[in-house]
Design a protein around this ligand. Structure first.
Ligand SMILES: [Ca+2]
Length: 239
């Protein structure tokens, strides 16, 4: 008798050289379980999940396809202040006809509902380079509770400034606040002694599976739609 399932199992198994059957089933099960969990979540939790997923995707990226951002970040419990120093970037993608870009970096704390009073800050524009040196410092007054909130994320958006046309998107860098030195309450030595964090830029094609798609389906929910619209704008700028 023709045994389709048996063939399929053999195919994936590849006589022990291929994928483990347990892995195949558990990956599918995991996906389904995530989907069911997401459906039950309220919109705020889904937005928090989106940032957690992006920070996780960021951690898996080793490629430098869109360049690298170098920065320092530290949270000080004594002053309830997050200090961020945007140092430099290298190997950014050229977004101008001259084969260069005019990069600047937006520094932002996400999600908005966790940091409602924090405005987006920006570096200066560095003209005509793919290896900009920014060396600019920013401070954010936030509580330890906000830092430890589910999904709390430090987000850098690297843009190419354009005088005539809309600014172009060069990439994003996500860092979960829980990974910022000092957030867990540990002693942090002098600011200058802090090591530089170097992370590759990612683009929206590194899409978070799940949370964003489910938010998009909530057409009746104003907050979900606003969030999806904001993310769509980033995707358009990246196109
Ligand atoms: Ca430009």
């Amino acid at each position: 008798m023709f045994d389709a399932l048996g063939l399929l199992v053999d195919f994936f198994h590849a006589k022990g050289k291929g994928l483990n059957m347990e892995d195949i089933l558990s990956a599918q099960f995991q996906e389904l379980r995530d989907l069911l969990t997401f459906h039950k979540m309220d919109t705020m939790s889904l937005i928090e999940t989106f940032y957690m997923q992006m920070a996780e995707i960021q951690k898996q990226q080793e490629s430098t396809e869109f360049g690298i951002l170098n920065f320092r970040a530290v949270y000080r419990y004594d002053s309830h202040t997050l200090y961020v120093e945007v140092l430099s970037a290298k190997d950014l993608i050229p977004l101008d006809a001259n084969g260069l870009s005019d990069p600047f970096v937006l520094v932002q704390l996400c999600p908005d509902h966790v940091f409602p009073n924090i405005t987006v800050q920006s570096t200066q524009v560095i003209k005509k380079t793919l290896h900009p040196l920014f060396e600019e410092s920013f401070e954010f007054a936030i509580s330890p509770g906000e830092c430890q909130h589910k999904g709390a994320t430090l987000l850098f958006t690297i843009m190419d400034h354009d005088l005539v046309f809309q600014n172009d998107f060069a990439g994003e860098v996500y860092l979960a606040m829980e990974d910022v030195p000092g957030v867990s309450g540990e002693e942090v030595t002098g600011y200058d002694a802090l090591s530089i964090i170097s992370l590759p830029l990612i683009q929206p094609k590194h899409k978070a599976y799940g949370a964003l798609q489910i938010l998009a389906r909530r057409t009746w929910d104003k907050e979900a739609q606003e969030f999806v619209k904001k993310r769509s704008k980033v995707e358009e700028q990246a196109a």
